[in-house]
Design a binder for this molecule. Structure first.
Ligand SMILES: Cc1cc2nc3c(=O)[nH]c(=O)nc-3n(C[C@H](O)[C@H](O)[C@H](O)COP(=O)(O)OP(=O)(O)OC[C@H]3O[C@@H](n4cnc5c(N)ncnc54)[C@H](O)[C@@H]3O)c2cc1C
Length: 410
């Protein structure tokens, strides 16, 4: 097995690396974080525009929309090289990874002309409004309603609530899944629209998270008016549109970030056990470490397999589901172990005081979120069981029942 770049890939990597070395901003993250989200957003937008000018933003997108018409493997290579520069901005992941590809697939020409390039350049940010208090894993059970206005305009009036909407507070636009028909089974009565997040009738309320971030929001719709021209896909075909977004989500959510098993080994070399010896000499700890090391190697090789498929122009198989399932769990387990080992130092969140301890603490909170975002562990296991292993499918009792007749608790 040969995991080396092909000559063309090696040449692309060398070009990307040289460009990044010459252009990537050197950021002082602790001081930047102290300045707040708006300051970070400005830097992220400037960096996105710079990448767009050089043909490194949305590498696989067609040239007519500002992309480079490149291959998926080039996109992966650039992301790997960019990761070496600690420029992990979260502002564009959902928009460019999920929302705008959905707009490109379902919007009319004028809408695409208006939105695709500004999003690619980072000038406008998008969010995804699917989940609701009673529709997360089962997102097709969504209850936010859109009904035609009774003034003959063809407009839609939206009422309801979304939740866990990442980035709604800094987003300019969003794609929203709503119920337009109660008389058909749940998957058949949905419709998708793009919306202006600053238009009247939208109330965005940030959620303060355990990690001290405010990345999530509740979004309330009160008689929010949408033009019919904002519809993505046909009325009642929202589920088909949502599937395109969700397929992209599996790829966009990706693997865990931050400290890995090697950072934990490093930490264990310098952190004492209760008897004063370094933690790395503790037998029980070494056993757990061996398991994590094996899982990390499995992840690395599975990723290489996906890259080999991309390099050959094929579509990777279920690796994306396996990758997130294992890596999110590992992210949480490593962070939990690190905080145990760090004892009272585990409470230090200041990256400037102790970079590694702070990074593990952040991952302690993020690990749990990663196990839910983009499909929970259980849902990913269902996918692997049904689509990869061919096991019998989950029981879906409400599949053929009109949505209004599905029993609910209230
Ligand atoms: C970091 C993060 C970012 C997010 N960003 C967004 C966003 O931008 N936009 C958006 O729309 N949503 C977003 N979400 C919401 C996310 O999509 C949902 O949280 C997720 O789909 C799970 O839904 P839920 O929270 O309603 O949990 P539920 O679906 O209620 O699940 C509760 C528990 O039941 C289990 N369960 C549910 N169904 C099954 C089943 N069939 N078989 C076995 N077990 C099952 C689940 O695994 C889970 O343990 C985000 C979530 C996170 C954590």
């Amino acid at each position: 097995m040969d995991f080396n770049d092909s000559p063309e890939e090696a040449a692309y990597r060398a070009r990307a690396r040289a460009w990044l070395d010459a252009n990537a901003p050197k950021l002082d993250w602790p001081s930047l974080e102290a300045q707040g989200e708006t300051a970070i957003k400005r830097i992220a937008q400037a960096w996105q525009a710079k990448k767009a000018d050089a043909g490194y933003a949305c590498i696989t997108w067609p040239r007519e929309w500002g992309g480079s018409g490149g291959t998926a493997i080039e996109q992966v290579i650039f992301a790997e090289e960019e990761a070496r520069h600690a420029l992990e901005f979260r502002f564009f992941t959902i928009g460019l990874g999920m929302c705008v590809p959905t707009v490109m697939a379902f919007a009319d020409e004028a809408t695409k002309q208006r939105f695709v390039t500004p999003a690619l350049r980072g000038e406008e940010i998008w969010c995804q409004l699917f989940s609701e208090p009673s529709a997360g894993s089962d997102v097709a059970a969504c209850r936010t309603r859109a009904v035609r206005a009774d003034d003959g305009s063809g407009d839609w009036i939206v009422n309801g609530q979304k939740v866990w909407t990442s980035g709604a507070h800094y987003s300019d636009f969003g794609i929203v899944l709503v119920r337009t028909d109660l008389d058909v089974p749940k998957h058949k009565g949905l419709t998708m629209f793009w919306i202006d997040m600053r238009a009247p009738g939208i109330d965005i309320r940030p959620i303060h998270q355990a990690s001290d971030e405010r990345e999530f929001n509740e979004v309330y719709f009160s008689d929010h008016r949408i033009k019919d021209s904002q519809r993505l896909g046909a009325v009642g075909e929202g589920w088909k549109v949502a599937l395109v977004t969700l397929m992209n989500e599996r790829l966009a959510v990706g693997d865990s970030t931050g400290p890995d098993v090697f950072d934990l080994i490093e930490l264990a070399r310098t952190t004492p056990c209760f008897d004063g010896r370094p933690a790395i000499e503790d037998g029980g700890f070494r056993e757990r470490l061996a398991d994590w090391y094996v899982a990390a190697q499995g992840l690395k090789l599975t990723r290489k397999r996906a890259m080999t498929s991309l390099s050959r122009g094929q579509t990777p198989g279920p690796e994306a589901s396996i990758g997130k399932l294992i890596s999110a769990r590992q992210m949480q387990d490593l962070a939990t172990e690190a905080l145990d080992r760090l004892d009272q130092y585990g409470v230090i969140a200041e990256r400037s005081v102790d970079g590694l301890a702070g990074a593990f603490q952040l991952n302690f909170f993020l690990g749990g979120a990663m196990r839910i975002a983009g499909g929970t562990d259980e849902i990913l296991r269902n996918i692997i069981a049904e689509r990869v292993l061919g096991l019998p499918s989950d029981i879906r009792v409400d599949r053929h029942v009109a949505f209004k007749d599905v029993p609910t608790g209230a």
